[in-house]
Write a protein that binds this ligand. Structure first.
Ligand code: BGC
Length: 757
């Protein structure tokens, strides 16, 4: 198993050596975010070595013109790029005329980074020998406030350890930024205005095409070793780089501190005409509070988060660090306060994948946010899709569907599809099913029965209309079939009758029909209003029932097995165990043609269905399907091991469940796929949480009641987790002798290992 260069600690991520080859990986690992903005852990001082500079703002994107070899009708015009924003963190320092640069000095004597997940504060310290006579030490503390989404704080302390240091400090905002991920190397930003006052510097920029206004602001103060504030900085402007500069002299042994506040004022929340007033207000407030108070408020915000979501594992610090890292990063990415935002696969830690919303949100992230936050957070995730329903309907119309049928995009920022591979864009339609399932899952978990009548029903109807038009009746099979689809296993394209997709469609049609009937009985006036709005005809229901009743499912001719798709058994069924390990991952070594013809499964497909619809199948059925499909599964999506961990746990296979859990929990910390420098796998982190709570913890809602059926991995002494089920916080402690379940709500029934708690 791959081992990390990072130290093991239950609450901290620690790096103790400076290795230029690891800088980009650490920039991902130590990334910071607060739901509104995020940044890779780039150095404040100049660095001429290999680095991936990244600062991102929630909801702000650029529609990068689509680039494909061969255009297909229906392709989107653009791919929404998560946009690298002007950087406000830079503090370049010249010492006795020489730039402070870890890539360009005599020696880095000491280097340490620490991300304290308990307090949300990132620290970095180093000592460098600049020349034979000059040695300096630096200690940096940085955080993006969880209290004030537009505020970031840097405390940069520099000590003259040997010799004197004549400092030239250049603390700046830099508008010269490019995206690593860009189709045509277009400029993405147009800088419009610079504003320099005593109080702050501000760069007003607008994204090209999408016209998002952003004000990047900052202010720096300098303090001497006794904490006395030294006179103000002078402002310099050079094109779209605005600097606050100051000189200072340190005798040997003396130190000084630069306190820098900065961040983004997002035009989605503030009129651009008010940016200056807002920058003034942010800086004034932050200056009044000072570093310590701001850090304390930030720590308290994290304390609240941990109080509701921490998972404590005794006896296995590696596992402990892994799960906390995942919970920490998910909270840095999304806080649920703004229904226009969502959770991108790389969050604020990189640019790959673009977009912000995949089916990952509904299938993986929703359970995490439902159970660890107040209901409003998960509701906002659903509302995001409701608000984009019109665009999903237009998307389906573009492909030839009608009558309000909706196809939600595979990848989106604003509701418009931006993915452009036909086998995914047009065919990986199971995403629609995940969105419908999330509505059901949300109601069953939170008990919020208002969402479906208020919004969910419209989404359900539009998706059901899509399924009803997407199937066709096969006279040969005497059943409804769904042709030309791609299931979650993207190593099969354009298949007929992907079992998972057909099953989701059948379930969705029936569930929507049941919800319509419920509304007709319980809220007839509301339904009456909807029938006009949706141009509803009662015979739609008849058709849906007919399709659901006569849906075709591919089956093994002799064994009691559902087949992943028509023709799966025609493949040469060699298992993953027979693969040459040197050719793994196959997506890096094999041609696409070879992958498509192979039996290898990228991620849970049939088994994804067994996960979602666990209570539709017996344990024996699950076991049979697990034992058939898992041996062909290469788990080359980070979303795969978590589902297998949960299913293995449901089968009581402790070791296998734990092995899958380990694979998902430390995916980024141990950099299993040697790609962490591109960014973190944020959405699969929610899967890791699921593999502990739903997998090892065995948490499931069955017939509207909460069931807990835990197993304890051998290497753990005990573990505890909390879930917010229907507004009641339930605390579960699992030890080798017992399971302790605590909550305060006399009306709530919770079952542990089948017995009422
Ligand atoms: C997976 C998809 C997923 C996407 C983004 C792909 O590799 O196959 O299921 O939605 O990554 O995480």
């Amino acid at each position: 198993m791959k081992k990390s260069y990072l130290k093991i600690d239950p609450w901290k991520i620690i790096e103790t050596d400076f290795d230029p080859k690891k800088v980009k990986s650490s920039e991902s690992i130590f990334s910071l975010g607060n739901g509104a903005m995020g940044q890779r852990a780039n150095f404040e001082e100049s660095y001429t070595g290999a680095t991936f500079q990244g600062s991102y703002i929630g909801g702000v994107y650029y529609p990068d013109k689509t680039k494909v070899g061969w255009w297909k009708n229906g392709y989107p015009e653009y791919f929404a790029k998560v946009l690298n924003a002007p950087s406000w963190i830079g503090i370049h320092i010249r010492i006795n005329g020489q730039p402070l640069d870890l890539n360009n000095c005599l020696e880095v004597i000491h280097f340490r980074r620490e991300l304290d997940m308990k307090t949300g504060i990132y620290t970095r310290s180093f000592q460098v020998q600049l020349d034979p006579k000059t040695k300096v030490g630096v200690e940096v503390k940085r955080f993006l406030s969880m209290e004030e989404g537009a505020l970031g704080v840097i405390n940069y302390q520099l000590t003259a350890l040997e010799g004197t240091a004549d400092l030239y400090i250049d603390s700046f905002i830099d508008g010269h930024i490019t995206n690593q991920d860009s189709n045509w190397d277009d400029p993405f930003w147009e800088h419009q205005k610079k504003c320099c006052t005593e109080k702050y510097i501000l760069l007003h920029s607008q994204t090209l095409k999408t016209k998002f206004d952003v004000g990047t602001y900052a202010n720096s103060q300098l303090f001497d070793g006794k904490g006395q504030k030294l006179g103000s900085f002078e402002t310099l402007e050079n094109d779209y780089r605005i600097s606050q500069v100051k000189t200072h002299y340190l005798k040997e042994g003396e130190h000084c501190t630069i306190l820098k506040f900065g961040g983004y004022i997002n035009g989605m929340n503030h009129k651009s005409a008010n940016f200056e007033g807002k920058a003034h207000e942010l800086i004034t407030k932050a200056t009044e509070k000072g570093f310590d108070q701001l850090a304390e408020e930030h720590r308290l915000a994290w304390e609240n988060i941990w109080n509701q979501s921490d998972i404590v594992i005794q006896g296995d610090d590696e596992a402990q660090q892994g799960i906390r890292f995942n919970i920490f990063q998910l909270n840095q990415t999304y806080n649920g306060r703004d229904a226009r935002l969502n959770i991108g696969p790389k969050g604020f830690t990189g640019e790959k994948y673009g977009g912000s919303t995949y089916w990952d949100t509904e299938a993986y992230c929703l359970p995490f946010y439902m159970a660890t936050k107040d209901q409003a957070v998960a509701r906002n995730l659903l509302k995001y899709r409701y608000d984009q329903l019109g665009k999903a309907i237009q998307n389906a119309e573009k492909l030839g569907f009608s009558n309000g049928a909706a196809l939600y995009p595979m990848v989106t920022m604003n509701g418009e599809e931006c993915h452009n591979e036909w086998e995914i864009t047009f065919e990986e339609i199971h995403r629609n099913g995940a969105i419908a399932f999330a509505i059901y899952n949300y109601e069953r978990f939170t008990g919020d029965t208002q969402y479906i009548p208020e919004m969910g029903i419209e989404v359900l109807i539009a998706i059901s209309r899509f399924w009803a038009q997407r199937v066709n009746f096969s006279t040969l099979k005497k059943a409804y079939v769904m042709l030309g689809v791609t299931g979650p296993n993207e190593y099969e394209n354009n298949v007929n009758n992907n079992w998972y997709t057909n099953y989701l469609a059948q379930w969705c049609l029936r569930f929507t029909a049941s919800q319509i009937q419920k509304l007709q009985n319980e809220l007839p006036d509301l339904w009456e209003g909807l029938t006009d709005k949706l141009n509803w005809k009662e015979d739609e229901l008849e058709l849906w029932n007919e399709i659901a009743d006569q849906m075709y499912f591919p089956k093994h001719p002799t064994q009691e097995l559902f087949l992943q798709q028509d023709g799966f058994l025609d493949k040469t069924l060699t298992s993953v165990a027979e693969l040459n390990t040197e050719e793994r991952p196959i997506n890096q070594y094999w041609s696409w043609d070879r992958i498509l013809r192979s039996p290898y499964i990228k991620q849970a497909d049939v088994l994804q269905g067994f996960y979602l619809f666990g209570d539709h199948f017996t344990k024996e059925e699950l076991e049979r399907h697990f034992d058939f499909y898992e041996p062909f599964t290469v788990h080359e999506s980070s979303l795969s091991p978590c589902i297998h961990a949960i299913l293995a746990a449901r089968l009581g296979r402790k070791d296998q469940a734990y092995a899958f859990y380990l694979q998902t929990s430390r995916l980024d910390l141990d950099d299993y796929n040697s790609e962490v420098e591109e960014g973190l796998h944020i959405t699969s982190m929610a899967g890791t949480w699921m593999s502990v709570v739903e997998g090892l913890g065995g948490v499931r809602v069955i017939n509207d009641e909460l069931h807990i059926d835990p197993i304890l991995p051998n290497s753990w002494k005990e573990y505890r987790f909390k879930i917010n089920f229907r507004g009641t916080l339930i605390e579960v402690l699992v030890t080798d002798s017992q399971t302790d379940v605590r909550y305060k709500n006399a009306d709530l029934k919770v079952y542990c290992k089948g017995k009422l708690v």
